[in-house]
Ligand binder design. Sequence first.
Ligand code: C5P
Length: 239
Amino acid sequence: MPARDAIALAADLPLQQATSLYDRISPHVGIVKVGLSLFVEHGPLAVKAFADLGARVFLDLKLHDIPNTVELASARAAALGVSYLTVHASGGTDMLVAAVRGAESGAKTSGRAPPEILAVTVLTSMNSATFNEVVPSSEIDEQVDRLARVAVKANVGGLVCSAREVSRLRQMKSDLILCTPGIRPEGSAANDQSRVETPATAIASGATFLVIGRPIYAAIDPLDAARRIECEVQSALSA
Ligand code: C5P
């Protein structure tokens, strides 16, 4: 796989800034993650803007609601032609199954390929203290494994997880898509992420693709940052 297809830009910027950035770095980055802020402001136009630039779109809405609502939203996302859609694994089996069903029906109706449903386990911004506020008397790792098992049983396409969890989760199912935010090249600031790894380590551990925001878009030279990350990923893929 070309390194470019293993890198997703987290486009957490105003739309015009994000599209002009992606236009410059697209030789090095094949996927664009459209998150809540862009989608709340621009809706489907945000998806179209990156698809028109040749990106595969990862719609990161982290859906978490009753199964029927998630199924309807998933079907609408599929009709937009996105490649990946996120849901929270903590929504449980029925919600996850509904998300997969919605993706398939929405894609069928619109004549597109269904998006892969990616289940978020525990946010990579969480540390033990913030995690224990909401889930007392459990460890992050235990919770990640518990949620991953539920998601795999519901037949999702993959998981969003920390790079530190990839090799463990890969053992659950060999063809799972494992997508990892919390990526920080050597020397870049962690910002609000707690469980971070370098691009090379994440790929070497078995990540399918990396979600990278600030290390690219907040770099002094984003094109150079993207180029370096692509090189690092390429070396790890060919190692
Ligand atoms: O700027 P940075 O590289 O930290 O961006 C990471 C992106 O991945 C953000 O858009 C964030 O919302 C997303 N994300 C995350 N942790 C998760 C799931 C998604 O950081 N578990």
